[in-house]
Write a protein that binds this ligand. Structure first.
Ligand code: NAD
Ligand code: DAU
Length: 332
């Protein structure tokens, strides 16, 4: 299925689905700043996780927002012609929500799959033991554990089938945990930062030993661009920045940086089926495409992220109360 040589593709008019979410909007802002010759149509349903403010202020002649559902086939039939690439970020993205109600995950993450560059997650590979030397590699078997990750795995498999059967010129990337500005307050790092700002004690699931492999979202955006423009058709690339850290270490780093005592947090009920560890081996991306992360100092990235949430209360306040009320109901 894969072509031997990397493509050298210069997109001019792209659709970015989910471009009002955390990572999709970072990609849109990155393209606007680095490729003014590329026109971007953002297709976003504006669910609770989508916010048009995330792409506000970009040149209207370059970035256009279409509010709509990726599952709306008629809309896609009208929208896609004339575009030369689709970068597909739209998804229901939060594990805890998928455990409470998997239905929207199946609808958006499986049924709505379109084509071209498919943005996926390392969670499709399941989890690793804490002490295992191995990291995820592109050819590892799929073993997703949550409703969220199994819907993402399903969509990856549909993309692979469409590429092989119908010749869709598709690439897939599976990235590790992103952090940075504009991430919804339901997610681990922004939840704890905004809890501290609000005078609420941060919440740590289970034993706090679970490990995530953190990458700054700007490094993810650059990797997606490199794969879209130079990746080999039919290939899967893993995106990671050697950022493995336990949750308790991340929380302690946030507490310290925000002037809180090291024990100023609550242990709360664990996530059912909680994956222990994710870790990416990014060799293929580095060797084939020469990609390197720029944000290699996690402490510096955290400081920048904390500063952003301190300066953008108007962005996250409207979602905070409802998010915490939902967690409180779950004992988390
Ligand atoms: P997010 O929840 O912040 O944003 C998702 C966006 O998709 C929102 O703007 C939402 O309105 C939109 N959307 C949802 N359903 C839609 C539909 N049916 N039609 C059109 N738009 C719809 O998610 P995120 O964290 O930015 O993740 C983006 C993508 O990256 C997802 O595919 C996710 O699986 C993947 N990913 C996320 C991470 C991470 O750490 N957050 C890591 C690896 C991969
Ligand atoms: O690995 C990539 C994935 O990373 C993406 O595919 C998902 O879209 C993204 O949400 C993220 O999934 P996680 O489940 O790892 O992220 P989350 O921020 O929800 O949680 C990170 C870790 O922190 C996880 O081990 C659970 C824990 N946690 C989370 C919250 C919200 C806590 O201990 N306390 C919390 O309050």
């Amino acid at each position: 299925m894969a072509e031997d040589v990397a493509q050298d593709f210069q997109p001019r008019n792209i659709i970015v689905t989910g471009g009002c979410g955390f990572i999709g909007s970072n990609f849109v802002r990155w393209v606007a700043a680095n490729h003014p010759e590329v026109h971007v149509t953002v297709l976003d349903k504006l669910t609770y996780a989508g916010n048009p403010e995330n792409i506000a202020g970009l040149p209207p002649e370059q970035v256009e927002l279409v509010v709509g559902d990726i599952c709306d086939a008629d809309l896609l039939d009208r929208l896609v012609p004339g575009h030369d690439a689709i970068v597909h970020y739209a998804a229901e993205s939060h594990n805890d929500n998928s455990i409470l109600d998997p239905e929207p995950f199946v609808r958006t993450n499986v049924v709505g799959t379109v084509r071209y560059h498919h943005v996926s997650t390392d969670e499709v590979y399941g989890d690793l033991a804490l002490d295992e030397p191995r990291r995820f590699r592109p050819d590892d078997p799929y073993k997703p554990s949550s409703p969220y990750s199994s819907t993402k795995a399903s969509s990856d498999l549909l993309v692979r089938a469409w590429a092989r059967t119908y010749g869709v010129r598709a690439t897939i990337s599976n990235c590790s945990n992103n952090y940075g500005p504009y991430q919804h307050v339901e997610k681990f790092i922004p939840r704890q930062i905004t809890n501290i700002i609000c005078g609420i004690r941060p919440k740590l699931y289970g034993t706090g030993e679970n490990v995530r492999d953190w990458i700054h979202t700007e490094d993810h955006s650059r990797a997606v661009w490199d794969i879209l423009t130079r990746g080999r058709i039919g290939e899967t690339y893993l995106i990671g920045a050697d950022g493995e850290r336990s949750n308790i270490d991340v929380l302690r780093a946030i507490l310290e940086r925000m002037g809180q005592p090291a024990d100023a947090f609550d242990w709360v009920r664990d996530r059912p089926g909680h994956d222990r560890r994710y870790a990416i081996d990014p060799t293929k991306l580095r060797e084939e495409l020469g990609w390197r992360p720029v944000h290699t100092d996690f402490g510096e990235g955290l400081d920048q992220t904390i500063a952003w949430y301190r300066e953008h209360e108007d962005w996250w306040r409207p979602a905070k109360e409802a998010t915490e009320a939902k967690y409180a109901k779950q004992g988390q």
